[in-house]
Design a protein around this ligand. Structure first.
Ligand SMILES: Nc1ncnc2c1ncn2[C@@H]1O[C@H](COP(=O)(O)OP(=O)(O)O)[C@@H](O)[C@H]1O
Ligand SMILES: [Mg+2]
Length: 380
């Protein structure tokens, strides 16, 4: 760390919609960083339920309007909680960088009125966060990349490159609601894409059959066995064979999708969870085989996100990759749940310094742009 550093709060809530992860980070002008503290705020049940309705295209315009402010207040509450817990006050924090909560993401170009464009919507209003925390707040990162012809995703590879460098061939595999991989290697340019569902489908079937929010430590999957025939069926989803750059979300893996595939599911509910867990691992392993290994070998996989806590999932991944070395962010001194929050702090750092922070090779954008919109902190 050199003397020229900023203290930032990065905040993230992904497609799992489990809650908000926040990290206070010091970042210097060489992008060295120091993690000061972290905090998580679970979404209240009714908020999560409404967000899922929004993401399933199953709510009204008035819900979007209202929830933008509700979620903004929750993000602010999370940031304020983190500042207090860290024994700091708001003046010690230079800025907040928030991903917000994606409620819809349409990276593919659609036409209307002679206009052709992709689109994306993250709620959690940044003016509300700036007002409630008194801290300058940066958000709405994805829009600028889409405006520049990109997919608006993935954005985290920018930080992965800074954190892990490219000295040995490795893949950084996030397993949140969706699975996202960043390929870092001296043998090729950095590239990244979504591998498919991460925990999202696991959460969905566990919720449906066991009335639990997720399969804690893979306890349920552990008790079932993989239905190979059904797994083969599930792998026919066309997304998996699409060439990168590509990204996906709840727009694909929605309620209807789950209801459809359950029609051919095995009867034993434990087998359903085991097979869906295997599906996540298999789609990741296949993505490496089809899209990564033709460009570079892989010395190690570094897992992050909540999926890092599911040993059954990681065992399947080991098996399907033919025994590749699997590490987690923890092995690099970074809490598995907070790398993305740290990444957004880094992206926000770039916004205030006017440094381009998208990777066109990862998002498909026509050029480098400075992503992020700023809402100023309170006066006085
Ligand atoms: N102890 C655990 N065992 C198994 N899965 C877990 C555990 N903790 C978290 N998860 C999974 O991780 C998900 C949250 O991961 P996260 O990285 O926050 O994803 P997102 O970025 O989509 O919010 C949960 O929904 C759950 O499926
Ligand atoms: Mg989360």
């Amino acid at each position: 760390m050199n003397k020229n550093y900023k203290t930032a709060i990065g905040m993230m809530s992904g497609t799992s919609m489990d809650g908000i992860d926040a990290a206070i980070v010091r970042i210097d002008d060489d992008f060295n960083f120091e993690l000061v503290n972290t905090h998580t705020l679970q979404y209240p049940d009714d908020v999560r339920k409404k967000l899922l309705q929004l993401a399933n295209n199953n709510a009204n315009t008035s819900d979007i309007c209202f929830m933008d402010f509700v979620v903004g207040k929750l993000f602010a509450k999370c940031a304020n909680g983190l500042v207090e817990k860290s024994g700091l006050n708001k003046d010690d924090v230079d800025f907040i960088a928030t991903h917000g909560q994606t409620v819809f993401h349409i990276p593919q170009v659609i036409e209307m009125g002679g206009i052709a464009t992709g689109s994306t919507l993250q709620i959690g209003n940044i003016s509300v966060i700036a007002q409630e925390t008194g801290i300058k707040t940066i958000g709405d990162f994805r829009s600028r990349d889409i405006a520049a012809g990109g997919q608006g995703a993935p954005l985290v590879p920018f930080a992965d490159e800074l954190i892990f460098k490219r000295n040995i061939p490795r893949v950084i595999q996030n397993i949140g609601g969706i699975g996202n991989v960043t390929v870092l290697s001296p043998k090729c340019d950095t590239f990244a894409f979504d591998t498919g569902a991460g925990n999202m489908l696991i959460d969905s079937v566990v919720n449906r059959f066991f009335n639990l929010p997720y399969d804690k430590n893979g306890e349920i999957a552990k008790q079932g066995k993989v239905d190979e025939k059904w797994l083969t069926e599930l792998l026919k989803e066309p997304y998996y064979s699409k060439l990168p750059p590509k990204s996906t979300g709840r727009e694909l893996y929605n309620e209807e999708y789950v209801q459809n595939f359950l029609k051919t599911a095995p009867e034993n509910k434990y087998d359903v969870v085991a097979t869906i867990t295997a599906l996540t691992a298999k789609t990741i392993a296949d993505a490496y085989k089809n899209f990564v290994l033709p460009k570079t070998d892989i010395k190690e996989i570094v897992i992050g996100g909540g999926g890092a806590y599911n040993p059954v999932l990681l065992n399947f991944l080991k098996e399907y990759t033919g025994g590749m070395e699997i590490k987690t962010h923890k092995d690099f001194g970074i809490d598995d749940k907070f790398k993305e929050a740290i990444a957004f702090a880094m992206l926000g750092y770039c916004t205030i310094k006017n440094i381009p922070n998208n990777l066109p090779n990862c998002t498909g954008a026509e050029k480098k742009v400075v992503m992020g919109v700023i809402s100023m902190g309170n006066i006085g």
